[in-house]
Design a protein around this ligand. Structure first.
Ligand code: PBG
Length: 331
C-alpha cells in the first residue's frame, strides 16, 4: 500500500552516491587551521585538558608545520607558552626575541609555504592573564594603551615573517592601529585576521591551561567581560565585524564556533570578507570527554561539528582536530 505523496524527499537520500553528490557543505583539510602551542622546553608537553595536543618545543615546530602542510593543512595559529618574565605590563611581548617571534622565524625557515597566523594579545605575557595592560587603578583593561602595544607586537610578528597577525584581544580600534603600524613599517603585504566577534565564553578553559594564563586552583577565574562580547548578543557581532572590515581586516572571525552558529551565519551574510570560526579548546575537550566515556563516537561527532560550522558560513575553521581530519582524509 502506498500513500499519495508525489514529492518524496527520501529519494534524494536513497544511496551513498546520491547523498555524496548532493551534499551542500563539506570539510576539507584546506579549510582547516591548526592551532599550535609552543614551549621553550625541549620535549613535547602533553596538555591534559586537550587530549592529543601538546606544547611543541621550538626546535620541533618547523618540522611539524612542514608535515601539516604536506597533509593539506596550510594554516597554523601560533600561541606561545611564556615561562618567565611575565609582568603586569607584559613587556616580554615587545622583546624581538620572545618565543612567539622565534617560533615564527623557525616555521618560515623550515616550512616556507606554511601560512602563519600569529596571535596578537597580551595574555601569555601578563601576570594577571588579561589580554591587555590595566588602567591606573587596576580595575579594567586600558583600551588605548593596549592598542599601542598590540600595534608594536604586530610589526614584530610581520618582521619575523608572519603572513597574518591575528588580534584576539577585542580592544576597540585595534585593527585600524595595527594596519597603520604595519603599513608605516613597510609591511603592506602582512594581513590581519580579526577576532571580530569573540565572546566572553566559558569554553576557553583548556586553552588557558595550555598557555599558562589560567588561575591556580582556588583562585577565581578572571572575567574578560569588559572587552569580550556578551553571549546574549547577536546584532552587536555584526557591528563588530563591519567595524573590523572598515578598519581594514582581511579576514574576520567568530569565536567560539559551535554555540555561535547563528552569529557565523549573520556575519557571513553581512560581509563579503572571508570568514573564519574558531572551534575552541572547550568544544574539543567536550567531544573528547564524552567519547572517552563511550557516550558519543568521536570521529563522527567531530566531523558533524565541523560540517555544521562550514554550513553556518565559515570559510575557514581553526580547530584542534585539523591534523586528525587531514590524516584520515589522506587514507
Ligand atoms: C586569548 C585567547 C584565548 C583563546 C585564544 N586567544 C582565550 C581567552 O580569551 O581567554 C581561546 C582559544 C581556545 O579556547 O581554544 N587572547
Amino acid at each position: 500500500m502506498s500513500l499519495n505523496i508525489p514529492i518524496r524527499l527520501r529519494r534524494l537520500r536513497a544511496t551513498a552516491g546520491i547523498r555524496a553528490m548532493l551534499g551542500e557543505s563539506d570539510v576539507a583539510p584546506r579549510h582547516l587551521i591548526q592551532p599550535l602551542f609552543v614551549t621553550e622546553g625541549t620535549t613535547p608537553e602533553p596538555i591534559a585538558s586537550l587530549p592529543g595536543q601538546s606544547r611543541i618545543p621550538l626546535q620541533d615546530l618547523g618540522k611539524k608545520c612542514a608535515e601539516l602542510n604536506a597533509l593539506g593543512i596550510h594554516g597554523v595559529a601560533l600561541f606561545p607558552k611564556v615561562e618567565s618574565g611575565k609582568t603586569a605590563e607584559g613587556a616580554e611581548a615587545l622583546n624581538p626575541n620572545a618565543l612567539l617571534y622565534r617560533a615564527i622565524r623557525a616555521v618560515k625557515e623550515a616550512s616556507p609555504e606554511t601560512v602563519i597566523f600569529a596571535d596578537v594579545a597580551l595574555d601569555p605575557y601578563t601576570t594577571h592573564g588579561h589580554d591587555g595592560v590595566l588602567t591606573a587603578d587596576g580595575s579594567d583593561v586600558d583600551n588605548d594603551r593596549t592598542v599601542a602595544t598590540l600595534a608594536k607586537m604586530s610589526v614584530l610578528c610581520a618582521q619575523a615573517g608572519a603572513d597574518f597577525v591575528a588580534p584576539s584581544d577585542m580592544m576597540d580600534g585595534r585593527v585600524a592601529a595595527i594596519r597603520a603600524a604595519l603599513d608605516t613599517a613597510g609591511h603592506t603585504e602582512t594581513g590581519i585576521l580579526a577576532y571580530s566577534a569573540k565572546y566572553a565564553s566559558a569554553f576557553y578553559g583548556p586553552f588557558r591551561d595550555a598557555v599558562g594564563s589560567a588561575r591556580k586552583p582556588g583562585e577565581q577565574a578572571i572575567s574578560k567581560s569588559t572587552y569580550q562580547m556578551d553571549p546574549a548578543n547577536r546584532r552587536e557581532a555584526v557591528r563588530e565585524a563591519l567595524l573590523d572590515a572598515a578598519e581594514g581586516a582581511d579576514l574576520l572571525m567568530v569565536k567560539p564556533a559551535g554555540a555561535y552558529l547563528d552569529i557565523i551565519r549573520d556575519v557571513a551574510n553581512a560581509t563579503d570578507i572571508p570568514l573564519a570560526a574558531y572551534q575552541v579548546s572547550g568544544e574539543y575537550a567536550m567531544l573528547h570527554a564524552a567519547a572517552e566515556r563511550g557516550w558519543i563516537d568521536l570521529r563522527t561527532a567531530r566531523n558533524e561539528s565541523l560540517l555544521a560550522i562550514r554550513r553556518a558560513g565559515a570559510d575557514l575553521i581553526l580547530t584542534y582536530f585539523a591534523e586528525a581530519v587531514a590524516r584520515e582524509a589522506g587514507n
